[in-house]
Unconditional design. Structure first.
Length: 389
């Protein structure tokens, strides 16, 4: 069947962070919400039907993991990434950011260094600091519109650290790291006894011409020195169900992490989450294919519109996901002026690039996981403000 991604679905009044928190975040509620990384598309019908059947049962008592859940994950990663994992290597965790926090608590101690690569998903920084660990940065280099790794700096910084938080694919830049880059990072971390936590939440949303290599597959030593975090939440727009999971090939690491979760009562899944993931992985692949085709057209539209109408702006074309990092440094505005330009003049609410750390200043992250008509309206409003400026 063909899915309708043009449909406008009213989300206000549903306790939607993206739509109902505009006043708190932007100081007004009349901006187009293009910030929080969830989509304005209806989830696959197979997910709705699975949840509907469970709701209609009418008893929501204590439950364990759906028996469909682990087999669905195993088949999904095998089919899409040629990665063979066993049921014992998979475990539930209630969200990627909590999973990062748990790993920091489990495998490091206060004062230890944790390596991150800004500009990068902002919780990497604050979760590390909030747990009393030291943030060590290996800033990415922007070369010809694409992010790359400064490996000399990476190797130097790794010597100061106990853990490395890898964003793979990268958020907000949308970069898909190559096997060669992953292998080099793995070798450096192994040589310096640095544990890698690979956040691969965006890996299913690859755009045309790109392929994802799970970090743990690049070498046996990479598999034995890493924890992979994945989820169906971004892929199928079910973030509110708290449906993440970890894959840990190393038995010792797996035991330590799972014991941390167990003794803190953190390893129980919400009633609906594992059923939804199983349904999405078993029956949602065609929906995902069509969604990515639609998102790619939205990206094409934004790229062409900027090129034709606003030459002082540019964008980093993502290789994965529905997030576009817009380079607004050509406007010559200060940080506060830039926020004022987009929020108060253009009336478009996006994530301020500075929140992602060093190298994000002067950028804005735009979420185009929404109907094209919304993207078109946002771009027209930005152009009106741009022309006046």
């Amino acid at each position: 069947m063909r899915y309708n991604f043009d449909e406008i679905i009213e989300r206000r009044g549903t306790a939607s962070v993206k739509h109902d928190a505009l006043n708190d975040i932007f100081g007004c509620d009349d901006v187009i919400p293009m910030w929080v990384a969830d989509m304005d598309f209806a989830v696959p019908p197979c997910v709705c039907e699975t949840l509907r059947r469970r709701v209609e049962h009418s008893i929501y008592g204590y439950t364990f993991l759906s028996p469909r859940w682990k087999p669905a994950i195993i088949n999904w990663v095998k089919r899409r990434y040629s990665w063979s994992v066993s049921e014992e290597e998979i475990g539930f965790v209630g969200g990627i950011v909590p999973a990062l926090a748990f790993a920091i608590e489990c495998f490091t101690k206060p004062g230890d260094g944790v390596l991150i690569q800004p500009p990068v998903y902002h919780p990497y920084d604050h979760v590390t600091r909030d747990h009393g660990r030291m943030v060590v940065t290996n800033p990415l280099k922007l070369v010809n519109g694409t992010y790359s790794i400064d490996f000399e700096d990476f190797e130097r910084k790794a010597k100061e650290c106990k853990m490395f938080l890898l964003c793979h694919p990268h958020n907000p830049g949308g970069r898909v790291w190559s096997r060669e880059e992953l292998l080099r990072m793995a070798e450096i971390c192994n040589a310096n006894n640095v544990l890698i936590i690979s956040d691969e939440i965006h890996c299913d949303m690859l755009l045309k011409g790109y392929s994802h290599t799970p970090f743990a597959t690049v070498s046996d030593s990479a598999a034995q020195n890493s924890i992979t975090l994945m989820a169906a939440s971004k892929t199928f727009n079910i973030a509110g169900l708290k449906s993440s999971y970890h894959i840990i090939p190393n038995p010792e690491l797996r035991h330590r992490y799972c014991e941390y979760l167990r003794i803190n009562e953190l390893d129980f899944a919400p009633l609906f989450s594992t059923e939804a993931v199983a349904a999405a992985y078993e029956e949602g692949e065609e929906w995902l294919t069509q969604m990515l085709e639609y998102v790619e057209k939205n990206i094409d539209y934004v790229q062409e519109f900027i090129k034709e109408n606003m030459p002082k702006l540019s964008m980093i074309r993502p290789q994965a996901s529905y997030l576009i990092f817009i380079d607004a440094r050509g406007l010559g505005l200060s940080h506060d002026e830039l926020i004022d330009f987009f929020v108060k003049r253009a009336k478009v609410g996006m994530n301020d690039g500075a929140m992602f750390g060093e190298g994000g200043e002067g950028f804005m992250r735009m979420n185009i996981g929404c109907p094209l008509s919304v993207v078109e309206k946002a771009m027209r409003q930005i152009k009106v403000a741009y022309d006046k400026l």
